[in-house]
Design a protein around this ligand. Structure first.
Ligand SMILES: Nc1ncnc2c1ncn2[C@@H]1O[C@H](COP(=O)(O)OP(=O)(O)OP(=O)(O)O)[C@@H](O)[C@H]1O
Ligand SMILES: [Mg+2]
Length: 356
């Protein structure tokens, strides 16, 4: 008998008998794993009777068992150490965790823990998380569409009306009989010019024309110029791989653009950097945008919404965000996304543009 019913082992026997989780005790006989003992929980959960199991080979009792379950018993006995394994069990129809640990003499006790509910809820959690990510990515793209529509309306309607109004005001100003109202007309002209310029920057903010018309690379250059230059931060855009050859989907470009914007704003807000490199690397299978600064680096707490939302949106597109940073040595944030369209070989011709 595996666990003695006498002396100090008596209490272990009670534990073995009463515990709710299935336990089996095995040893190797003639090269085969055999059953030495099973507890009542094993009988109940595995629907086996102790009398039909003791002394039989593992593979006779469980002919269809996945190899991982016998594997941990062999490893445990061969290496005389605790071995752990989790996985689906077709025989039990659930997800089990098994821990095999050596017991004297030359035996392995295996305890099974039913992780089915935990696994299902973990699977559900992952599924919902993936759906949330996808939703967030879709929202970014649809937000971009809305921004574009509003920007187009502002440009085509209000922008056009304002230009017509300015033209008329200038005509009135040049008339001889407008002498006594000229100061008011000049003030109206100045106001209209101010509104036109405000409207232009609003259109630009809403939907950068460069992203729409010229693509991601020029749009990122424009972004660096607008965000970094006012703060005296020099910048450098390095491109590898041809944008024509390795075309990224519009949705990928929009997300990379918006996320790069967040990284550049972070640099202005947190880094104290004086120089920034933006490296856009297109390959047949993916596009990488790395934003590197020479500031103070990440220090301790990095909890915020910006980096979290970049990570989530990239994951939704099948990409990822890697942050490399040492205190005092700046931050390198690398965003990678699949292109979704690929053809040709990798190009290595570097084209550089810089500002300041
Ligand atoms: N380039 C950087 N250099 C130094 N620290 C940075 C840099 N980028 C981010 N951090 C640090 O990481 C933290 C998290 O950044 P994150 O963008 O997630 O949040 P945040 O900028 O603080 O707030 P928000 O939610 O408005 O973006 C920042 O608070 C800052 O401490
Ligand atoms: Mg931020």
């Amino acid at each position: 008998m595996a666990i003695s019913e006498s002396g100090k082992n008596f209490s272990y026997r009670i534990l073995f008998e009463r515990v709710f989780d299935p336990i089996a005790v095995h040893r190797i006989e003639d090269g085969n794993i055999t059953f030495v003992d099973i507890n009542p929980a094993y009988e109940r959960v595995m629907k086996l009777s102790r009398d039909n199991v003791i002394g039989r080979k593992f593979h006779d009792v469980w002919p269809n068992a996945e190899s991982k379950w016998s594997g941990i018993i062999r490893d445990c006995l061969a290496q005389n150490r605790t071995v752990h394994c989790v996985g689906e069990s077709a025989d039990i129809g659930g997800y089990l965790e098994a821990i095999a640990f050596p017991i004297p003499t030359d035996m392995a006790a295996v305890i099974f823990l039913d992780r089915t509910k935990l696994k299902r809820s973990e699977d559900d959690r992952r599924k919902y998380q993936a759906q949330l990510r996808e939703l967030a990515a879709r929202l970014t793209i649809s937000e971009e569409d809305t921004r574009r529509r509003v920007a187009t309306e502002l440009h085509d309607r209000i922008g056009y009306d304002l230009i017509c109004q300015l033209r008329m005001l200038r005509e009135i100003e040049s008339m001889n009989d407008a002498e006594n109202i000229r100061p008011q007309i000049r003030s109206l002209i100045a106001n209209t010019e101010r509104i036109i310029s405000g409207n232009r920057s609003l259109i630009f903010e809403l939907s950068p024309p460069a992203l729409r018309e010229a693509g991601l690379n020029p749009a990122l250059e424009e972004l660096a110029q607008n965000i970094l230059e006012p703060h005296g931060i020099s910048w450098h855009v390095i491109t590898r791989g041809s944008a024509e050859e390795y075309r990224a989907d519009d949705s990928v470009c929009v997300i990379l653009y918006r996320m790069a914007r967040e990284l550049l704003i972070n640099i202005v807000k947190h880094s104290g950097a004086s120089a920034v490199n933006i490296i856009i690397n297109r390959k047949p299978e993916n596009i990488t945008v790395a934003v590197e600064d020479n500031g103070k680096g990440l220090q301790g707490n990095t909890k915020g919404f910006g980096l979290f939302s970049i990570k989530e949106r990239l994951l939704a597109l099948g990409g990822n965000l890697k942050i490399i940073s040492e205190p005092g040595e700046g931050v390198m944030a690398v965003m990678t996304c699949p292109l979704k369209m690929k053809k040709g070989d990798i190009l290595h011709d570097d084209k550089n543009t810089s500002g300041r």
